[in-house]
Design a protein around this ligand. Structure first.
Ligand code: NAI
Length: 244
């Protein structure tokens, strides 16, 4: 489905990002991972089949210049970028009473500013070729809001607004911008969650199980591919029916 396409995945060293990279490669694309964690990302490149299939570029998505270098790396390795996935993220959970300003800024910076950096830089290059697909990873937290996640919920809702505004701006240049809202997915990010919180979330999921990173990745592949050629500004939920 993606034979010959050049793709970038931020935060692709592990978890959902790595699953997305794996699914893109499986469909014939070549992927550059932009991540802060060099050791884990280099291992990911090996897992993806080595240099002919994937590359790594050290990137902090908060830094616009590093995002430009990430795109340069992808263009040099695999040609002009067709697919850009804004996936990098982190959590700093605390209730409003306990959350520090630093916790708020850190989460909003990585998710919202980071996604804006990615959309802006990728779109600037894609517009010259009048083609491209940008996929932003939001979260169900951005739809319903989660206790202890005022920072994360705000950033993830912000990604929805950013996705729709960018989709409107870029449609006439042949660039599509869509978002995915995963629910409760088994990854290193959710591994450390307290057991009672996990149980509470499970009770809300009609399908009665956590999702896998591969199940999110499949939807990203769909949005990245020509299968979704008449979709832009869409927000697809991958949540086992939770908060439908
Ligand atoms: P993870 O913690 O396993 O992986 C996140 C990756 O992002 C790591 O490789 C990390 O090094 C990288 N990263 C963090 N800050 C970065 C920065 N400033 N610049 C570049 N890379 C950076 O997380 P997971 O679970 O794979 O999450 C991936 C995305 O999916 C995130 O945006 C997350 O918010 C979202 N998501 C996850 C859900 C879940 O249940 N796991 C549910 C909904 C959304």
């Amino acid at each position: 489905m993606l034979s010959g396409r050049s793709a970038v995945v931020t935060g692709g060293a592990q978890g959902i990002g790595l699953a997305i990279a794996r699914a893109l490669v499986a469909q014939g694309a070549r992927v550059v991972i932009g991540d802060l964690n060099e050791a884990v990302a280099r291992q990911a490149v090996e897992d993806l089949g080595g240099d002919s299939f994937a590359r790594f570029s050290l990137c902090d998505v908060r830094d616009g210049a590093m995002v430009e270098r990430l795109l340069d790396t992808a263009e040099e390795a695999f040609g002009p970028v067709d697919i850009f996935v804004n996936n990098a993220g982190l959590t700093r959970d605390a209730t409003l009473r306990k959350m520090s300003e630093e916790d708020f800024d850190a989460v909003v910076d990585v998710h919202l500013k980071g996604t804006w950096n990615g959309v802006r830089a990728a779109a600037a290059r894609m517009r010259e070729r009048k083609a491209g697909s940008i996929v932003n990873i939001s979260s169900m937290a951005g739809k319903v809001g989660n206790i202890g996640q005022t920072n994360y919920s705000a950033a993830k809702a912000g990604i929805v607004g950013l996705t729709k505004a960018a989709a409107k701006e870029l449609a006439y240049r042949g660039i599509r911008v869509n978002a995915v809202q995963p629910g409760f997915i088994a990854t290193p990010m959710t591994e450390t969650m307290p057991e009672h919180v996990k149980q509470q979330k499970m009770a809300e999921i009609p399908m009665n199980r956590v999702g896998t990173a591969a199940e999110v990745a499949n939807v990203v592949v769909f949005l990245a591919s020509d299968m979704s050629s008449y979709m832009t500004g869409a927000v697809l939920e991958v949540a086992g029916g939770r908060f439908m």
